[in-house]
Design a protein around this ligand. Structure first.
Ligand SMILES: [Zn+2]
Length: 217
């Protein structure tokens, strides 16, 4: 189990699982993930979306990933803790059909509830990094619609096709949304480079996933 490298803002448990962790200790599956941008308040029901949030102590929430980026967020709303877990591949980060991406949606919810983005501790977990994230030109085209896009976030790879730095793109979005760079607890670990530690879809793990999870104590 890996932890975000920034201390949480209140008492909570959180982490990014690896191949070594038993699924038995992971959250119940509450999301039917569709590579979209919908972020939902967690309930006992299985819902279709790619992010969950909760303010309920003891509720164990998470997202399942293998190459996509798990994102954990934790911050206060007044005196009360708020946490979220998001699943962001390039589709979720970019947002389909001109919609905002999933991180933008999550921050919209936090702000509407009265939270201040600067207060959030935020962490991107193990995911496919730029070394292995070859994409089509249409992905770069789609990402250009985001106000936080910069041209240096995609560079031609050895095969000639672009390699996307999804983590750097998500960080650029985070700063654009008013998050504090000093509260960034991200781990820069590549699921494909470290296939012995992490599940990687592109590395052949078509079914199994690791979790990014969080629970308010
Ligand atoms: Zn890699």
């Amino acid at each position: 189990m890996l932890q975000p490298i920034a201390p949480p803002p209140f008492n909570l448990q959180w982490g990014f699982s690896t191949r070594a962790e038993s699924p038995f200790f992971m959250p119940s599956r509450l999301l039917s993930q569709v590579h979209g941008t919908r972020v939902l308040e967690a309930s006992d029901q299985l819902q279709e979306g790619d992010g969950l949030w909760t303010m309920e102590p003891g509720r164990f929430i998470g997202v399942r990933v293998a190459d996509c980026t798990p994102i954990l967020l934790a911050g206060p709303i007044g005196e009360r803790p708020w946490v979220a877990a998001l699943h962001a591949g390039w589709r979720g980060a970019v947002g389909a059909l001109g919609e905002p991406g999933i991180l933008r949606n999550a921050l919209g919810i936090f702000r509407n509830l009265g939270g201040k983005p600067w207060d959030l501790i935020w962490a991107l977990g193990p995911a496919l990094q730029a070394c292995h994230f070859e994409v089509g030109e249409e992905v770069v085209e789609a990402a250009r619609r985001d106000p936080a896009w910069r041209e240096d976030l995609a560079k031609p790879g050895p095969g000639g096709r672009p390699h996307l730095d999804l983590a750097a793109f998500l960080k650029s979005q985070a700063l654009d949304l008013g998050l504090d760079p000093a509260k960034d607890g991200s781990l820069s670990r590549c699921t494909r480079c470290e296939g012995d530690i992490f599940y990687s879809y592109r590395g052949g793990d078509l079914k199994e996933r690791q979790w990014g999870w969080v629970r308010i104590d």
